[in-house]
Design a protein around this ligand. Sequence first.
Ligand code: UFG
Length: 326
Amino acid sequence: MILITGGAGYIGSHVALKLLENNQDIVIFDSLENSKLDIINTLKTIKNFEFVKGDLKNIKEVEYLFNNYRINAVMHFAAYIRVEESVKNPKKYYYNNLFGTLNLINMMIEHKVNKIIFSSTAAIYGKPKYIPIDENHPKNPINPYGKSKLMIEEILDDYEIAYGLKSIKLRYFNVAGADKQNRIGESHVPETHLIPNILKSIANPEKIFYLFGNDYKTHDGTCIRDYVNIEDLAEAHLSALNYLELNNKSDSFNIGTEKGSSVKEIFRTCEQITNKKIKVKISPRRKGDSGILIASNEKASKLLNWKPQRSLQDSIITAFNWIKKL
Ligand code: UFG
């Protein structure tokens, strides 16, 4: 069975859904600190599976998990993810993201589980030296969140040499959208991401949308990002596991669309799709934001046979359906 850490979270739950739809056996391990039991209950309507509530920082709970379930591969999503918070509170990020992962991979070695798909991020590259960013781009993360993810990538490489642990690192760019059937979606508290924040302002006219910085060196002055659909991203995980099982070889892949959209372009597209106007307030730049991030997905396309299938419009429509349901 496949262990999914953080399987009640935004990305983990969408990957779990795809695995369940593919009739795979899974066990979800989640502390529910930043997610809800409702998601687990919804996923169980697709196919039954095991859920263990626990924290990776607690070695006894991790031990219980590996002693009681026949795990043969791991998909590791459980982590803190807010860039700005990581700058203000690095202790929280290094302790949780590093210590939790060490407990997990040490237990994997002890139990001879040697396959892991790791949730990495475009944040490991830092300020881009060239666009689109490929996997060989220099890695200079500019915040503790990105640094914690890069450190784990490096630890995984050392563990491969010493203990034969095989890993695929998927470096996500900006993930957006929700399940097309509207069973699950994105619900961070507080919400910091662009598309849900814009859509929340549309759903609630009282809520002002704050645009962080219009003085970047881009065509319209606002930050450019590469928005990849959550279902496409989930499918990349299935391809990555397949690749690992077939080739028994560690590697890393960018997961993005090779298309950039500025913040202004995103909110205009949201206005067009919903046929509503947004109240925008231009605010100072947010700390740690890069002006532009666009992925090259050539490697994922060649080796994983993965290509994004869904458009930015699909992501916005499904995200809006989910927000209305919330
Ligand atoms: N933005 C706004 N207003 C908002 C929210 C965001 O103007 O209310 C802007 C940001 O300043 C940024 C862009 O919209 O320019 C995208 O911001 P997000 O918070 O949606 O995404 P980020 O690019 O900051 O971060 C995302 C993930 C991180 C990951 C990073 C990798 O959330 O986990 O991509 O680049 F590390």
